[in-house]
Design a protein around this ligand. Structure first.
Ligand code: IPE
Length: 268
C-alpha cells in the first residue's frame, strides 16, 4: 500500500483556471478533466498534494456577504453556509474528475479541522493527516476555504497560502501554480497586448511590473498576493513554477520536473 519516497510536488489549480470567474458557480469541466488526467500520469513519477482555488464557487459569495471583513452582523453568518455549499460543490467536482482519471484522492476541508486566530498570520494545517495520506499513496486534496477564527469570527484562507505552507512544511521539491495565463507578465496580459512574459522572476522585479490581474473580484489579494506568497516557498528552497493549465501537458511536465517551453520560474 505505501509508496517509496518520491519527490513531492504541491500543485495549486487556480480558481480562474478551473472555473469561469465571471459566471457564478460555473465549472470549466473540460479543462479540469484534462488536468486531472495530467495529475494521474504524473503520479507514476512524483507524489502530489493538490490544492485548488475557489474561483466563482467562493469569491463572489464571500464578497456578497462581506465575509472577508470578518463577522459584524448575523446576516453575514448566512454567507458562511452559502459559501461552504459553493466551495464544497467545486471540491466534489474536482474529486469526481480525479476519480474518473483513476486518482485515489482524499478531501481535507480546513473549515472542519482548523480554528484560526487573527492574532497570528499563520494558520495551522493538518500535516499529520496529509502525511498519512501520502504515505498510503493517496492524493490529499485541499482548497481555499473559510475557517472559524477566534477574533474575527471567520477568516478566508487562500489556496495559495495553503499550497505555499504545505510545500515548505512537507519539504516539497516543487510547487506548481497552474494558471489561466502562461506565467507572470510585466503587466496584465488580458489588458495589455504588449505585456511581456518573464521566464524568471526575482523579488526585485516586483517593483517594476504592474500586477492588476483579477483584483476586483478576488478576495484573497489576486496575482500580487499569489507571487508574494510564492516567494516564501522559493526562499525555503522549493522550486516554484507558474505555468499555464490551458496548454496541454504543461502541468504534467511541470509536475514531473520538465520545464515547459513557456512558464515563469521564481528565483529566490
Ligand atoms: C479562496 O480561495 C477561498 C474562498 C473564497 C472561500 P483561493 O484564493 O485559493 O481561490 P482562487 O484560486 O483565487 O480562485
Amino acid at each position: 500500500m505505501s509508496t517509496a519516497r518520491r519527490p513531492l510536488v504541491v500543485l495549486k489549480l487556480g480558481g480562474s483556471l478551473i472555473t469561469e470567474k465571471a459566471r457564478i458557480m460555473t465549472l470549466r469541466r473540460k479543462i479540469l478533466k484534462r488536468l486531472c488526467r495530467e495529475v494521474s500520469r504524473a503520479l507514476s513519477v512524483v507524489d502530489v498534494v493538490l490544492v485548488h482555488g475557489a474561483g466563482s464557487f467562493g469569491h463572489p459569495q464571500v464578497k456578497m456577504y462581506e465575509l472577508d471583513r470578518g463577522i459584524r452582523n448575523r446576516h453575514q453568518l448566512e454567507g458562511l453556509t452559502v459559501t461552504k455549499i459553493a466551495v464544497e460543490t467545486l471540491s466534489i467536482e474536482v474529486l469526481k474528475e480525479l476519480r474518473k482519471a483513476g486518482v485515489v484522492a482524499m478531501p481535507i476541508h480546513l473549515s472542519s479541522c482548523v480554528l484560526s486566530s487573527s492574532r497570528s498570520e499563520k494558520v495551522e494545517l493538518p500535516l499529520d493527516i496529509i502525511r498519512k495520506c501520502l504515505e498510503m499513496g493517496v492524493v490529499p486534496v485541499l482548497h481555499g476555504d473559510i475557517v472559524i477564527d477566534e477574533e474575527r469570527g471567520i477568516r478566508i484562507v487562500s489556496g495559495d497560502y495553503i499550497a505555499v505552507e504545505l510545500s515548505i512544511s512537507l519539504g516539497a521539491r516543487r510547487l506548481v501554480f497552474a494558471l489561466d495565463v502562461d506565467g507572470i507578465y510585466t503587466s496584465d496580459p488580458k489588458l495589455n497586448p504588449f505585456a511581456r512574459m518573464l521566464t524568471e522572476l526575482r523579488r526585485d522585479d516586483l517593483d517594476r511590473i504592474s500586477l492588476g490581474m483579477g483584483v476586483e473580484m478576488d478576495v484573497t489579494r489576486g496575482m500580487k498576493g499569489k507571487i508574494l506568497e510564492a516567494f516564501r516557498a522559493a526562499e525555503h528552497g522549493v522550486e516554484v513554477i507558474m505555468v499555464s493549465g490551458l496548454r496541454k501537458d504543461y502541468v504534467y511536465k511541470a509536475l514531473i520536473g520538465e520545464l515547459p517551453e513557456r512558464c515563469t520560474r521564481l528565483v529566490a
